[in-house]
Design a protein around this ligand. Structure first.
Ligand SMILES: [Zn+2]
Length: 1031
């Protein structure tokens, strides 16, 4: 899954955006069960499922549906295996109406791995098919089964055999024939049915619905026998919900303005149980055979291709879509989309390499509603190439016969990697050159690469439990740069890693309230809490560190070894370390310390929270340096945590020697005696997940080198980004003098024109902006930033140049946004004039004179310096931007720039309305932006303080949005008074934060740090700014 905020880093919102970290969006459980220990919420392991025969019969807004709009009926037959005799069976279900008759019958299957026979009851000729299954254990199966394996189509045909009379239930059993393509490692050899009585059939003698545990438990008599296979049959009904997870409804407007409904799913992490009864834990993998009924004129999509359609006798208006059987997979990866026929694919087979075996090239499609389908071209052009690249990279081909990417109009997270059917927020998949900025294109390729990487990490091999979520998300996040770099080699994706992932992860990880990458998930609310920057971005940074310390070859081959060993199964962190250790052993060469294993090294990084700062203290007269490590925290408190740190370094002399091009492999050289004119630099390219602090002299040498090095010997862009981020954060934590850190930024004014270092600067300056914006020093800060940006402004201008690089295109809107925020008169006038031109247009929704890449800064400037008229004009454009999702996001985030309190409150209210002007999925945009507005912060905090009970009643149960709302309301506050108010708010509402409890703690910790910062650093920073100003 991709969380939306995790991707914000690519947006061109410059100064308008506070540093953001990935925030959980998919949230599993109601507040009622947050206090239940996880051990009690796990299903007993005496029973495991292997096969689901699932039938769903959903109704959207069908006028003939007899009042069953937005509901569905379902039936599931689950093949389960009994490992230890037991007289109870537990399964997950939440918010479903479970039918009276639950049956457990002995299956006549004997081999659990190789049989896929299932029994289903097909009902016909009824308005709403009845799903009650009728089973007879001993004789009827055989009677209804034709002999021998049959073709899939024949099997399908058999299920369509008309039967006499309405509501007639008949028994049909069919044997799944070996499919056209092998999709799993298990074979599908048909096993002959037998009629042998295998013991007395179990009877359900009682059932308990434990709502808090989201579980049903059946009592059975006699007990299930160890070693036997049974079929569990359950009928149920559910709602197509108006939330953004489970099985939910979404809508969009047709060209004529009518509302068109569709349905989609979001099951990760624990929402499959809200759609159908199941064993909803990632390690309980099974194969899924799905049938969905639909109106004859609609379409359905799922993980696998459709095997057959079946018309329903007497119901010309409805059809069954029967899907091929999935490989062995976790419940959270199942996906369904039901849509109008105008939800269409673009398809391209041009990517198929005619010289290779086409059998391994899946069909690749990108789906969107028809009005937007042209903007699916970019994803279609990069997706298949990335998929193929990964297959080669891991030496394991993508195993499914097709890959669909689908843009869903209402979508909670950024995207979801469902196997064979990846679902996306529209703005994360669709790129329209006419209405999407370059930052969106950047985001699309990254997210496409992320979700496709999951097809291996996550789908093929899955973590055993959510505590190892980082294995999925860390790898997908790491690979998203490798994959996108493959298709966009000039976009400097590898350098962007540092500012999009590592530095944001370090920001969150420098709090006391951070958590280890491999975190103990001890209660259900923590399942959703681990979907944060620590799992995603720190996880990815650790993989990158491994890649650079073990070598790329060892990592890649070790990964292939790991994937091959665990495919279609579940693995833990230790299994990965083992595969890497085996790879190193085979190579007989290790870059690890002697007698130390990968596990020993990595345990220090994954089992402990936080990260170290490496302190380098040089003895200039002896020509040596002393290294020491200590945990880095923003409150600079002591801790005895230690890490295995891969230390790399380069000296100035070494770097300037052209012969030393491959510096990493060089033997380390001695520093020269009395060498107080040359710097040393540790952690080359920031490949290690740690910060470096130096003695003041070495910092000075680095600062002056940045100012005056020969152009050809300039430190690399990622090194510049690293030095700036390290220095400013070390100063913020009080371990480096602010004077020294700020001096590192002085070269910016004359020499920095690269996106990556500027991104690091902007992220750090946002903090200073927040800290200073209500102090007398703010004018000095503005002057400093204006000076720092002046040369760049002149060089870049307002318009793109023909040959500029993609990172330069990304940089311009950021620079203009900062100039506008800092009050640059030329930029403010430019923006207001352009906006004025636009408002003069007679058809502003189709004619916009403002270039796409700078719309955000133009809109925001106009709204910030304007009043009600500008705001209303923009709101109208937002309401009319239904078919331009990227533009809609830009418009909505610009509405937050107003300084009029009543307009901000209006916007906050709208963001929390169901079915109102703002889609629920976009509420995050409003709350995410508001903290960067000096007025907005306090407005938002007052708003939640006055309305928390209402917000909690509405969203607390779903837990969607809670973390964003808290972040938006608190992260812009800075004063002692604010801190007191926020703590009081926390105490008053304790127990009403559900899964956002950890987020709330982090927000309070950061607020305390901001208050302390003011006491400790304000005067130093203000006088540095004054001194620089007077120079
Ligand atoms: Zn993911």
């Amino acid at each position: 899954m991709t969380t939306c905020k995790g991707m914000k880093s690519g947006k061109d919102i410059g100064a308008e955006n506070e540093p953001s970290v990935a925030i959980p969006h998919e949230t599993p459980n109601t507040s009622e069960n947050t206090s239940i220990p996880i051990a009690e919420l796990l299903l007993p392991k005496a029973i495991t499922p292997s096969y689901y025969r699932l039938r769903l019969d959903p109704y959207l807004d069908d006028p003939a549906s007899d009042g069953s709009n937005f509901t569905y009926k379902g039936h599931v037959s689950i093949t389960i295996h009994c490992h230890n005799a037991t007289n109870s069976v537990s399964f997950h279900a939440k918010g479903l109406e479970i039918g009276e008759n639950i049956n457990v019958t002995l299956s006549n299957e004997t081999n659990t791995k190789t049989t896929v026979t299932s029994v289903l009851s097909s009902s016909t000729a009824t308005t709403a098919p009845t799903f009650t299954a009728v089973y007879s254990n001993t004789t009827s199966d055989a009677a209804n089964t034709t002999s021998g394996p049959t073709s899939a189509s024949a099997a399908a045909a058999r299920t369509t055999t008309p039967t006499a009379g309405p509501r007639h239930k008949r028994e049909v059993s069919f044997r799944r024939h070996q499919r056209r393509r092998h999709v799993t490692s298990t074979t599908t050899t048909p096993v002959p049915h037998t009629t042998l009585p295998l013991g007395t059939p179990p009877r359900v003698t009682g059932r308990v619905h434990e709502q808090r545990k989201e579980m049903y438990t059946l009592s059975l008599e006699p007990a299930l026998e160890a070693g036997q296979t049974y079929i569990l049959d359950i009928s149920f009904r559910g709602l197509l919900k108006d939330s953004l997870y489970g099985f939910y409804r979404s809508s969009y407007k047709a060209e004529n303005g009518t509302k068109i409904w569709m349905a989609a799913t979001q099951f990760e992490p624990t929402h499959a149980r809200e759609a159908f009864p199941c064993f909803d834990e990632p390690a309980m993998k099974a194969r899924f055979e799905l049938s969905i009924s639909r109106p004859a004129d609609m379409v359905t999509l799922s993980n696998m291709p459709i095997r057959a359609n079946e018309s329903i006798a007497g119901r010309s208006d409805r059809v069954w879509d029967h899907y091929e059987v999935s490989p062995n997979m976790s419940t959270y990866l199942l996906a369904i989309v039901i849509a109008n026929p105008d939800f269409i694919p673009i398809k391209d087979t041009g990517y198929l390499d005619t010289n290779s075996q086409n059998a391994s090239s899946p069909e690749f499609r990108v789906y969107a509603r028809k009005r937007l389908i042209d903007s699916a071209k970019y994803a279609m052009s990069v997706g298949p190439r990335i998929l193929k690249f990964y297959g080669d990279f891991f030496s394991i081909h993508y195993p499914l016969p097709k890959m669909d990417l689908a843009a869903i109009p209402d979508f909670g997270s950024g995207a979801m990697e469902n196997w064979g059917l990846v679902t996306y927020r529209e703005s994360n998949l669709l790129y329209d050159p006419a209405s999407s900025p370059m930052s969106d294109k950047d985001k699309v390729v990254i997210i496409v690469a992320h979700e496709l990487a999951h097809q291996w990490f996550g789908n093929l091999v899955t973590m055993k439990w959510w505590s190892d979520l980082w294995l999925n998300e860390g790898f997908a996040t790491y690979m998203q740069y490798v994959g996108s770099n493959h298709v966009e080699p000039s976009w400097e994706m590898q350098d962007k890693f540092l500012v999009y992932e590592q530095q944001p992860a370090m920001a969150l990880d420098s709090l006391r309230s951070t958590h280890p990458v491999s975190s103990k998930v001890q209660n259900p609310s923590q399942i959703s809490e681990v979907f944060d920057a620590i799992s995603y971005s720190k996880g990815a940074s650790l993989i990158r560190m491994l890649n650079n310390s073990l070598t790329e070859d060892v990592l890649r081959k070790g990964l292939t070894r790991y994937l091959n060993k665990w495919k279609y199964r579940n693995a833990e962190e230790g299994d990965l370390w083992e595969a890497l250790t085996e790879e190193i052993r085979e190579k007989a060469a290790s870059s690890l310390p002697p007698n130390v294993t990968v596990k020993q090294v990595m345990d220090t990084w994954t089992l402990q929270g936080g990260y170290p700062v490496l302190t380098v203290t040089r003895d200039y007269s002896a020509g040596s340096a002393v290294l020491s490590q200590v945990r880095f925290t923003l409150d600079n408190s002591s801790a005895d945590t230690l890490w295995y740190i891969p230390v790399s370094y380069v000296t100035q002399e070494e770097m300037n020697n052209a012969a030393n091009s491959d510096r990493r492999t060089l033997p380390r050289i001695w520093l020269k005696q009395d060498d107080n004119k040359n710097w040393v630099l540790f952690n080359i390219d920031a490949t290690g997940y740690y910060r470096v602090n130096y003695d003041t002299q070495n910092w000075r040498l680095l600062a002056s080198y940045l100012l005056s090095s020969p152009p050809q010997d300039m430190l690399s862009a990622s090194t510049r980004a690293q030095l700036l981020d390290d220095a400013l954060n070390l100063a913020r934590a009080g371990v480096l003098d602010y004077d020294v850190a700020l001096n590192m930024t002085r070269y910016l004014a004359t020499r920095e024109n690269h996106y990556v270092p500027w991104k690091a600067v902007f992220d750090n300056m946002r903090f200073l902006n927040t800290m200073l914006r209500q102090t007398p020093a703010y004018g000095l800060f503005q002057d400093y930033m204006l000076k720092a940006l002046a040369t760049l402004k002149n060089n870049m201008g307002f318009e793109p140049t023909p040959n500029e690089t993609q990172p330069q295109t990304l940089l311009r809107p950021n620079v203009l946004a900062w100039l506008s925020r800092m009050g640059d008169p030329a930029v403010v006038t430019w923006a207001k004039d352009l906006f004025q031109q636009w408002t003069n247009s007679s058809s502003p929704d189709t004619e916009n004179p403002i270039r796409v890449d700078v719309r955000r800064v133009v809109y925001c400037t106009a709204v910030r310096s304007g009043g009600r008229a500008e705001w209303n004009f923009l709101l109208q454009r937002y309401l009319a931007a239904e078919d331009r999702p990227s533009e809609a996001e830009v418009l909505l985030s610009s509405l937050v720039c107003t300084h009029q309190e009543w307009l901000l409150i209006t916007l906050l209210e709208k963001s929390l309305e169901t079915g109102g002007d703002i889609r629920l999925q976009d509420a995050i945009i409003v709350w995410d932006e508001i903290s960067s507005n000096a007025v907005g912060s306090r407005v938002a905090f007052n708003y939640i303080r006055n309305n928390w009970s209402t917000i909690y009643d509405k969203f607390g149960k779903d837990e969607f949005l809670m973390a964003d709302i808290l972040h938006g309301s608190i992260s812009g506050l800075t004063t002692e008074r604010d801190s007191k108010d926020a703590k009081e708010f926390y105490e008053t509402n304790k127990g009403k934060f559900s899964f956002a409890e950890l987020k709330m703690e982090q927000e309070l910790e950061e607020l305390t740090l901001r208050v302390d910062w003011h006491h400790k650093n304000y005067n130093t920073v203000a006088s540095w700014l004054q001194k620089y100003h007077d120079q």
